[in-house]
Design a protein around this ligand. Structure first.
Ligand SMILES: *Cc1c(COP(=O)(O)O)cnc(C)c1O
Length: 393
């Protein structure tokens, strides 16, 4: 199957992302079906949770969920947020970072981002904390984090829980500690555009066992079903509010195959990322574009390779130039504060200048584990051509 796609690439039809099948994905799905268990919290789900605990050097802290969005919804439910409460997040993020908490009625307080890491600006966060702040929600954009020591101390000083949006951060670390193990809660995504995939899926990591047990009940429609099956209680009954957030074992079977090949999948992705970083560095040297900045404290997972271009016009021209060559590149994100929902909370364009500038000028290049250096060469060659740079020079 992947060979057929390869013929398309040589005709230059390079999609932004192509799901990578690493080995036993379909075999394990067949096993789940033949094994007669396909609902949630089954044998493959357990194996995935174990593997994720292992990868993050934590014990018994991971719950698989139907998505990163639902993992954050569980955190918001467990935090008991209400309409009196505020939470601080970057405006430069995916809608779920806000929605999960807005569903509880809480008010989003948008912070700007740091122009180097594109992560939440901690000076700004500091100035936004009030007695109504009930959660800090950092996003590890592109698998790179803000200064977690400083963020943690802001949280601790004001006694505010931290929920890491670690959707993009599997395999990344800060000073050697895996991202997703800092906050009271962390949410990962296995959506098909992420590093490790299962179509749609996610995971919640809880720092304390108390929160993990409560989250397990919320995840299972507000029932103590999981405890019942472990023989810890003698009835299975309704014990809190909750919803349906357990990942099907069919999806977990696919996910487990990916997790088994975690290192290989990451290496493949990093090879493409590193090719871009090396061959496009000349753009930064010539002052034509900025490349991702990786702080010394981060070890990253190559989730996103982006260029920060001169202005909106250059970005749009480069998108069409690449499109004409059959290469799909995409921008990221429409800032939440200037969206119709953001405006309904009293925000407007002009309030968060760095977010707005990045949103206008950032371009994401095709990147996934299904690609190799050949693809990276075609893409970077076309970009250099756009800027009139002779590759052999
Ligand atoms: C992908 C993503 C999400 C949503 O993940 P789902 O699993 O699709 O719910 C949330 N936040 C960020 C930063 C993401 O990149």
């Amino acid at each position: 199957m992947q060979n057929i796609e390869k013929t398309f690439w040589t005709m230059m039809n390079i999609k932004f992302n192509t799901p990578y099948i690493s080995g036993k994905e379909l075999y394990y799905i067949a096993q789940a079906v033949m094994g007669g268990y396909s609902a949630g919290d089954g044998p493959f789900g357990k194996r995935c949770e174990e593997r994720l605990n292992q990868l993050m050097h934590i014990k018994n802290s991971v719950l698989l969920t139907t998505s990163c969005t639902s993992a954050m919804e569980i955190a918001a439910l467990d935090l008991n947020l209400s309409s009196q409460d505020e939470f601080i997040l970057p405006s430069y993020t995916f809608v779920s970072t806000a929605n999960a908490f807005c569903l509880r009625g809480a008010k989003p307080i948008f912070a700007d981002i740091d122009p180097l890491t594109l992560n939440i600006d901690l000076d700004h966060v500091d100035s936004l904390v009030t007695s109504a702040t009930k959660a800090l929600v950092p996003v590890h954009y592109a698998g790179i984090s803000c200064n977690m020591d400083r963020l943690m101390s802001i949280g601790q000083l004001a006694n505010i829980p931290i929920v890491e949006d670690a959707a993009q951060a599997i395999g990344s670390s800060y000073n050697g500690q895996p991202l997703g193990t800092f906050g009271d809660y962390a949410a990962f995504s296995f959506h098909e555009t992420k590093n490790i995939i299962c179509g749609e899926g996610g995971a919640l990591v809880c720092k304390s066992q108390k929160h993990k047990e409560a989250s397990e009940v919320i995840r299972e429609k507000g029932t103590n079903r999981a405890q019942f099956f472990r023989g810890q209680v003698d009835k299975y009954t309704w014990t809190s509010i909750g919803s349906s957030y357990v990942l099907s074992d069919l999806s977990a079977a696919f996910l487990f195959a990916q997790l088994e090949n975690f290192e290989e999948i990451q290496q493949r992705r990093m090879a493409v990322y590193n090719y871009y970083a090396e061959h496009l560095a000349i753009l930064e040297e010539k002052g034509l574009a900025k490349l991702p900045h990786i702080p010394d404290y981060n070890c990253h997972n190559g989730h996103i390779f982006y260029l920060l271009l001169e202005d909106l016009d250059t970005r749009q021209r480069l998108i069409s130039f690449l499109k004409d060559k059959g290469i799909m590149s995409v921008f990221h994100y429409v800032p939440l504060h200037s969206s119709p929902m953001g405006e309904s909370f009293g925000y407007k364009k002009g309030m968060l200048p760095i977010t707005e500038k990045v949103s206008d000028t950032l371009l994401r290049l095709p990147l996934c584990s299904a690609y190799d250096e050949e693809v990276a060469q075609l893409v970077s060659g076309s970009i250099l051509e756009f800027f009139g740079i002779n590759k052999s020079a």
